[in-house]
Ligand binder design. Sequence first.
Ligand SMILES: [Zn+2]
Ligand SMILES: [Zn+2]
Length: 403
Amino acid sequence: MSDIAALKQRVCAAVDRWAGELIETADWIHAHPELGHQEHEAARRLAEILAANGATVEMGIAGMDTAFKAVLAGSSPGPTVAVLAEYDALPQLGHGCGHNLIATSALGAGLALTDVLGDLAGSVWVLGTPAEESAAPNAGGKVHMIRAGTFDGVDASIMFHPAAETTMTDERSLAARGFEFFFHGKAAHAAGAPEEGINALDAVVSMYNAVSMLRQQVRSDVRIHGIILSGGAAANIIPDYAAIRYRTRSDDADYLEEIVQKVVACAEGAARATGCRLEWNEYLPPYENTVPNRVLMGLMKENLEALGVAVATTRKRTSRGSTDFGNVTRIMPGVEARIGITESWEVPAHSIEFQQAAGTDRARQAMLHAAKALAMTAIDLLARPGALAEAKATFADDMGRSQ
Ligand SMILES: [Zn+2]
Ligand SMILES: [Zn+2]
């Protein structure tokens, strides 16, 4: 145990040593937000620093230019722990989800673990996972990486996400899917010959209203929300084309499939009512709901508390989004530590206030705490007898129960 304590002290000291560069990088990414699959500069910066410190880095994996895998120097045969980085931003809101901090927490953990891996049996990878936010077309970098086999050989995945509260709960994220509906009508002079037109905007509005009514008839865990992508070109032309994008979410994938069928029926009804031709597609892979691993949660909580960070086991505000990390937690033990970066627990993510918070000193300190706790947890998994086996047993149990 004392060996483990000494290793943890070394990674914490290393994070402190790297603090200046980590903060500079977090602030730079915050000030230069890049959308999903376009995070070239953020990914390059992380990968370069890791490579300069001996990591073997592959950039542009799993068919994505901004995805990378960095195997840390000193990795040896044995269990493999992945520390996950995200770095994509939101349209108009920049780093309104604080992924600049996720990026540098993983970088910091990676740099710190490089110092101690020679004294451990096993490997640590930092995985650069692009496009977590569903705003980008074909988002879900982690899902693409799972499909490409990037996670093959990884025994556990750990990451951090900034939040309004520091909590460790087994609350699951929502399963989520995304669809785009395209209505094709017929253009005509809106005053001179409206009877000749087929109004695609009417189809979108009709669908929007039908979905709004559907919302009343579904379970309370369901979320259906969308934006109109296109609604015509000019007021004096009957729109021959209009499109709408929806994201649908629910506690579980089975019920979500039922909801999806109903949303599609709303689109079909709107097309039929207006005479439009309907095309639709699923614009990104499904995000599954997370299965937070209780053993990893326990380790992460213990490590954060050892750093003097108070960790609550309930949330004041139940705020459930979705994440492509959910898919990861369904193939291996995984945990996402949430650490508060805001002045108040009432600040929602994806807001201007949260975007501003992600650039404050409070956020920088949370990121450094996260880097340390991630590194300490990786040490637990590689060095603490039975910890990884226990996490895997819990995972098997959870999956057996949830299927
Ligand atoms: Zn987000
Ligand atoms: Zn996020």
